[in-house]
Design a protein around this ligand. Structure first.
Ligand SMILES: *Cc1c(COP(=O)(O)O)cnc(C)c1O
Length: 412
């Protein structure tokens, strides 16, 4: 069979087979309306998996972040600290609340919020505007952030942490699951995430009253009365029982999905002759730990860290690829019907956000310049992965010829 032209996606939905059982169940019992057994079941299964005490499933990860900000009391005029290197959904709910985002750069060891810059930002905002109301930290591409240091700072200044674990279900630090580090934490079940309900999210917390309040706000803030009585502004954010059924089916294969994503990463590392990125490497100071380097760098897991490797991300070092840049690889792969993407463009570089305060050291700019996300779906076949590697090799080889020549010359 020749499937040479079938499109290879970055990260596409991957059903397990049991989803339809739960969806059928919802139909049979006519539990099509928002709440029902699948919603309760999905919430319990998320609690069991992560070890969190309470979970509420909602319409999206973005809705969960919005609820988290409301629960932290974020209002118009407040400031909220947010990781700059992320997807725009981490920051947008700050603007929904009429608050001001303050962006903090990443460190090079996990690509997430730099604890030192976080403290610097908090200290500076206290001098200028007063204490920020919350800290949104992200576990980017499945790699957990430096939670211990970040939580220590949050406790020192008494500012709550909201963990955006939208990409990190199944990741952990010393066995503690992502989605349990914040006062409130957020998951996403969007179509491109490690498991999906086609669209959905969850808000997690160990504090019962917070999750109860979230459920209240997510169902139009209806007061306890026989008629419709409202004393607060509510939202229509609860997940439907039909979609929660898809989530229950997906929970059954979550461990397999994590294993498959990690297998992609290991395959690419070996097949592309990857190098590990040294955590203090920036720009020209990238470590060359191998003379036969392919110029493709991968992020290792710090000790005790476990990443679900949601997406396999690489940094392309032009000095070692004969001048080939990440964007050149992306364009070449697109011509072969293979979808790659640059890393997230940092918020402080976005037209929407560039006027807001930013505490940076250049790490996220560097990541954006050199980074590339490779096809990472859990449904990729061996043939798909080989096609990706062959396509990358084709771009690199001609440019690498000068290395070959140099080697030959050195033999004379
Ligand atoms: C996907 C994602 C979100 C938003 O989730 P949705 O369910 O798509 O609203 C938030 N933050 C990050 C980092 C994400 O990757």
């Amino acid at each position: 069979m020749n499937n040479a032209n079938t499109r290879i996606y970055l990260s596409s939905p991957h059903m397990g087979g049991d989803e339809l059982y739960y969806v059928h169940d919802a139909f049979e019992k006519n539990w099509i309306a928002p709440l029902g057994a699948n919603v309760d079941g999905f919430e319990t299964e998320l609690q069991d998996f992560t070890g969190i005490e309470h979970a509420a499933v909602v319409t999206s990860g973005t809705a969960a972040l919005h609820l988290a900000l409301m629960l932290c009391g974020v209002e118009s005029g407040d400031e909220v600290i947010c990781q700059s290197m992320t997807f725009t959904a981490s920051a947008n709910p700050i603007l929904y609340q009429g608050a001001t985002p303050v962006f903090v750069d990443s460190e090079a060891e996990t690509w997430n919020m730099d604890p030192e810059l976080l403290e610097k930002a908090i200290w500076d905002r206290i001098q200028k505007k007063g204490k920020p109301k919350a800290i949104i930290v992200v576990d980017l591409y499945g790699m957990p952030a430096k939670m211990e240091a970040i939580i220590r700072i949050s406790e020192k200044y008494d500012i709550p942490v909201i963990e955006d674990a939208a990409e990190a279900l199944g990741s952990s630090i010393d066995g503690q699951q992502c989605g349990t580090f914040g006062l409130l934490s957020v998951l996403s079940f969007n179509g491109n995430k490690i498991i999906t309900t086609s669209g959905g999210g969850a808000l997690l917390s160990d504090q019962q009253e917070l999750i109860e309040k979230a459920r209240f706000l997510a169902t139009q803030a209806r007061d306890d009365a026989p008629h419709y009585e409202h004393s607060e502004l509510g939202y229509n954010y609860r997940m439907s029982n039909v979609l929660a059924g898809i989530g229950r089916g997906q929970m059954k294969v979550l461990d397999d999905r994590i294993a498959a994503r990690r297998k992609n990463f290991n395959f690419y590392f070996d097949a592309l002759q990857g190098s590990w990125l040294e955590h203090d490497s920036l720009d020209s100071e990238w470590q060359v730990n191998d003379t036969s380097n392919s110029g493709i760098y991968f992020l290792p897991e710090p000790e005790g860290y476990f990443s679900n490797r949601w997406l396999t991300t690489v940094l392309i070092k032009p000095d070692e690829t004969g001048g080939v840049k990440a964007e050149e690889i992306r364009v070449a792969l697109e011509k072969e019907n293979i979808e790659c993407r640059p890393l997230w463009k940092p918020m402080h570089q976005q037209p929407l956000y560039k006027e807001y305060p930013h505490y940076g050291a250049g790490v996220s700019d560097w990541l954006f310049e050199y980074g590339l996300c490779l096809p990472s779906g859990s449904n990729l076949t061996d043939a798909d992965r080989s096609r990706v590697v062959e396509a990358i090799s084709k771009v690199l080889q001609p440019k690498n010829l000068h290395y070959l020549k140099k080697d030959r010359l050195s033999g004379f």
